[in-house]
Design a protein around this ligand. Structure first.
Ligand code: ATP
Length: 229
């Protein structure tokens, strides 16, 4: 069953069009990668799912419901957990306070996210601002998990991090797929790590979905022509 479906979605920033027809269909229990070179509309697609900017045309469905016009603050409550680009946390709250602030009932609790990210347990009483970049990213993912989402969206979760931190985060995301079977939409440039987690991929070019398929089917030609690698 389809959990998230975008069909023909267009979106604008003011007068400037950023999305020209995004099609994406993520099934329940599936991890999918949203790929494309810089500026092709990956982050805008995610923001449009959350209604800011709002889709100008096309349709967005989540969990069997049309959310194209649903107010942003209600979309997260329907069960989409977002770890935004830039790992935003409340800097003056402690790790534990950050985790409890957004929590909703379900299997993801302070204890279970600390099992996934043991560093957070060690730093539970520390202000988020004092964490390293990688730890803040772990906190951002953990925070999204404590909302107990049906779908977790990760936008550039490993960008700019040291290799060791990247490795730890990818290991946890792999566990989310393998052990928890969580549905995920992941934007990242690390194709190699994504290939170990994602079932399928959607590739955007100039704000449009130009390729959909099994992530293992992305060959060197596609990498060169659509991903610039
Ligand atoms: P990156 O990998 O660099 O993050 P992306 O694929 O996520 O790129 P977007 O950030 O979605 O791409 O950008 C898509 C287009 O929309 C680009 O042309 C970008 O310049 C433009 N854009 C993004 N954010 C804004 C904004 N707030 N206002 C105006 N234009 C924007």
């Amino acid at each position: 069953m389809s959990l998230l479906r975008l069909s023909g979605v267009t979106a604008f920033y003011g007068a400037s069009q950023a999305l020209f027809g995004v099609d994406l269909d993520l099934r329940e229990g599936e991890a999918a990668a949203l790929l494309g070179r810089n500026g092709m509309g990956k982050t805008t697609t995610i923001h449009t799912i959350f209604g800011a900017p709002r889709a100008r045309s096309g349709e967005i469905e989540f969990d069997g419901r049309d959310i194209t016009s649903t107010p942003t603050h209600l979309i997260a409550r329907l069960g989409i957990g977002l770890t935004p680009e830039g790992r935003r946390c409340f800097p003056n709250l402690t790790v534990e306070e950050n985790l409890r602030a957004a929590a909703r009932p379900g299997p993801w609790t302070m204890a279970s996210v600390c099992d996934l990210f043991p560093r957070l347990a060690e730093r539970a009483g520390q202000a988020a601002a004092t964490l390293s970049g990688g730890e803040q990213q772990m906190l951002a993912i953990a925070r999204a998990l404590t909302t107990n989402p049906k779908l977790l969206v990760l936008d550039e979760a490993t960008e700019g991090l040291a290799p060791l931190m990247r490795k730890e985060i990818w290991a946890s995301v792999r566990r989310l797929k393998a052990e928890a079977g969580l549905s995920m939409l992941i934007v990242d440039k690390s194709l190699r790590e994504l290939a170990e987690i994602a079932d399928r991929a959607f590739i955007l070019q100039r704000g449009q979905t130009v390729w959909t398929g099994d992530i293992a089917a992305i060959d060197d030609d596609l990498k060169a022509s659509l991903l610039g690698v």
